[in-house]
Design a protein around this ligand. Structure first.
Ligand code: ADE
Length: 245
């Protein structure tokens, strides 16, 4: 997976992406990150990339030519037309299934806007996907791009060392993850659930699945409606309904 980020703040993206698991994955060549500074494509001596909106109104608009120049530099380098994701609160709200779809691509380009937005004409020409990371407004697209790259990168084979860990977790089958415990066995007077110390794997799996169901019912009942529960599990949920409130 090769990530390309078109941004006015390349160092912000590089610093954050070059740490922890993603930094290691980049170091090992499992993913790559290339930032392109949109300002480098400003065709004026002041390196100006924004101007006032036609029709009036507050704020500044990022102009089409430098954004297009940055885009062309990337497409020329990679030699094909990639998916271009524009981060905007007006886009489709990002979710795990979208991350799985994007993870199949060879190259992904993230276009990060600032100010009041980007000239519509260049968006029309180059953007393939308009994506939001939630219903709130941020100051720019860099953090949303990083959120998306994190979610996508961890699905790329070899990025997580424990290959199974991307499979059995939140949002698999629309259930939240079960609670985890580690040493010590008793902490602040609280014991680790007995079943986890039993070594009985079938019982442990059953307990974990039940905990996932209870958690989802308590915290994300909207997800539970989409989960596929067996009739036994539905019965279990009914019996424990009072614990959920
Ligand atoms: N840019 C500003 N706010 C955003 C959001 N919520 N999602 C994606 N991009 C954004």
């Amino acid at each position: 997976m090769r990530f390309h980020v078109l941004t006015l703040f390349p160092e912000m993206v590089e610093q954050a992406m070059n740490t922890s698991i993603l930094g290691r994955a980049i170091g090992q060549g499992k993913i790559s990150l290339k930032t392109t500074d949109i300002r480098d494509y400003a065709a004026n001596k002041h390196n100006k990339v924004d101007d006032t909106p036609y029709g009036g109104g507050a704020g500044m608009v990022m102009q089409a030519p430098p954004v297009y120049g940055a885009y062309e530099a990337v497409t020329e380098e990679i030699g094909h037309t990639p998916r271009v994701i524009y981060l905007t609160p007006q886009g489709k709200v990002f979710h795990q299934k979208m991350a799985e779809e994007f993870a199949k691509e060879e190259d992904l380009v993230f276009l990060c806007g600032h100010y009041e937005g980007i000239d519509e004409r260049v968006l029309d020409e180059i953007v393939t996907d308009y994506v939001s990371i939630g219903d709130y407004v941020l100051t720019g697209g860099e953090m949303p791009a990083m959120v998306m790259m994190d979610a996508i990168a961890r699905l790329v084979p070899g990025v997580l060392h424990n290959e199974t860990s991307a499979e059995f977790e939140s949002f698999q089958d629309n259930l939240l993850e079960y609670p985890q415990y580690s040493r010590p066995e008793i902490w602040h007077g609280k014991r680790v659930p007995e079943v986890l110390l039993s070594g009985h794997h079938a019982n442990i799996d059953k307990w974990r699945r039940e905990q996932s169901i209870l958690r989802t019912a308590r915290w994300r009942p909207d997800l539970l409606e989409k989960a596929r529960l067996t009739s036994k599990e539905k019965e279990f949920l009914k019996k424990h309904q009072t614990e959920i409130q």
